[in-house]
Unconditional design. Structure first.
Length: 234
């Protein structure tokens, strides 16, 4: 079963005369293990669609099935259970300033409730090392650059091996090499573990890594390269 199935999705913001429609009859199916990029101008509905698929907004009209669960009308317990199976990467790193890089990433494991505590620290150190932070593992966020903070946030999202990763401009604070490394890692997770990634970006440097590029304008999908490039592990 495809991990994300969207059908006839509409969404509005505001009430009364200020009510404005942000998405119009959006339908989209995302294959397991794929790296799908959402593009489009500001205000096109990319982030709105991402947050609806990621169980961060209430589905108002239409259907969103995430990992086999219908999100429209889902109760709070169901939504929380779904979010524990996901990884989120946002442009704002949202790190806890009083915790070191290591401790911030450990929180990602504790929130998901996964892993043997005796092995968690090894997994965290390994991931931070892969992201080029071997000499910053025990630094507080105040002593990290913006790009280093973003890489810590990315490690926190990936450390629990989520089924689906939702990323909103994850490379915006990173230089070319670091951004490419992060997206390449997401791509490799799709091949090795079946991790599905949906990413909003304006970063044209990483488009070659995408299995699929979906473009939105004014709340509608206007272009979709399809899923022909998806390389699933046998």
């Amino acid at each position: 079963m495809d991990p994300i199935q969207v059908q006839g999705l509409n969404h509005w913001f505001g009430t009364g005369e200020a009510r404005k429609q942000a998405l119009f009859d959006v339908s989209l199916t995302v294959a397991r293990g794929s790296l799908t990029i959402l593009m489009g101008p500001s205000g096109s509905g990319k982030t709105t669609l991402l947050t609806l698929m990621g169980c961060l907004r209430e589905v108002q009209d239409g259907s969103v099935r995430l990992l086999g669960t219908e999100l429209k009308g889902a109760d709070t317990a169901t939504q929380e259970a779904m979010r524990r199976r996901l990884g989120f990467i946002f442009q704002a790193h949202n790190l806890h300033e009083s915790l070191t890089a290591r401790q911030n990433v450990l929180m990602g494991l504790q929130v998901h409730g996964r892993g043997d505590p005796a092995r968690q620290d090894v997994a965290v150190a390994h991931l931070l090392t892969l992201l080029g932070l071997v000499d910053r593992i025990d630094y507080l966020p105040a002593n990290l650059s913006g790009g280093q903070k973003q890489r810590v946030a990315i490690a926190r999202a990936l450390v629990a091996n989520p089924d689906v990763v939702f990323a909103d401009e994850p490379t915006a604070a990173l230089d070319h090499d670091s951004g490419y490394l992060v997206v390449r890692m997401l791509k490799d997770l799709g091949k090795a573990r079946g991790t599905t990634t949906v990413m909003v970006t304006h970063d044209t440097r990483i488009l070659e890594l995408a299995d699929r590029i979906v473009t939105l304008e004014d709340g509608r999908i206007v272009s979709d390269t399809g899923v022909e490039k998806v390389d699933r592990k046998p």
